[in-house]
Design a protein around this ligand. Structure first.
Ligand code: M6P
Ligand code: ZN
Length: 194
């Protein structure tokens, strides 16, 4: 039996997406260098002193005991690198039986899902929309709107984040702005290693 944890509660600012009295994890362009399609654009931006914040994560982390849950919010800013919309790194869960739930709070987003066997699924994420990410699916969130995308998430605290597969293989699709609209296209750099 796991040790009985104390119930906790937090306040969420639904407008800003922040969880009060928590320090966010901040991801800047420099943290996402290898993830964007146009690496040379990233390098030029960084070389000219531009290193914008891409997203922030407010997370209530629990001990990694079986059955416990982590939850929090992600604030994904609007913007593009070259033609590619800002996104979260994206990851698989290290535990293959770990799923996740997203609840959109604000903005206009897309969740790209892919399995290691080549399945791809695309879901939209916006206020009041709930997306269930079953176990086994890698997931990345993209902000395709002009305003900040804010969403709430819950997943098992012992899920673990596997970024390596995404770093090496990438996502099979990328989301670009074309003629003022978002377009999901094949990622030419995708390494289909299965
Ligand atoms: C979601 C959750 C978090 C994750 C965050 C940022 O809100 O899945 O667990 O950390 O997105 O995504 P990533 O870890 O892929 O950068
Ligand atoms: Zn996850």
């Amino acid at each position: 039996m796991n040790k009985l944890l104390k119930p906790t509660d937090v306040f969420l600012d639904l407008e800003k997406g922040i969880i009060l009295n928590l320090k966010p994890l901040v991801r800047k362009l420099s943290d996402l260098k290898v993830f964007f399609f146009e690496t040379s654009v990233v390098e030029n931006m960084l070389a000219s002193g531009l290193n914008p914040i891409i997203y922030e994560v407010y997370e209530c982390l629990q001990p990694e005991n079986e059955g416990e849950l982590n939850f929090g919010t992600t604030i994904l800013y609007p913007g593009k690198v070259g033609g590619e919309y800002y996104f979260t790194k994206g990851h698989y869960h290290l535990r293959h039986d770990a799923s996740e739930v997203y609840l959109g709070l604000k903005g206009d987003g897309i969740i790209l899902l892919q399995s290691k066997t080549g399945d791809v699924k695309v879901e939209s994420l916006k206020a009041r929309k709930v997306v269930y990410v079953p176990s086994g699916w890698g997931h990345r969130t993209i902000n395709v709107g002009d305003e900040t995308l804010i969403f709430f998430f819950v997943y098992p605290s012992n899920a673990g984040h596997d970024y390596e597969a995404v770093e090496k293989q990438g996502f099979s699709k990328i989301v670009l702005e074309q003629n003022g609209k978002s377009k999901i296209v094949d990622n030419p750099k995708f390494a289909n290693k299965g």
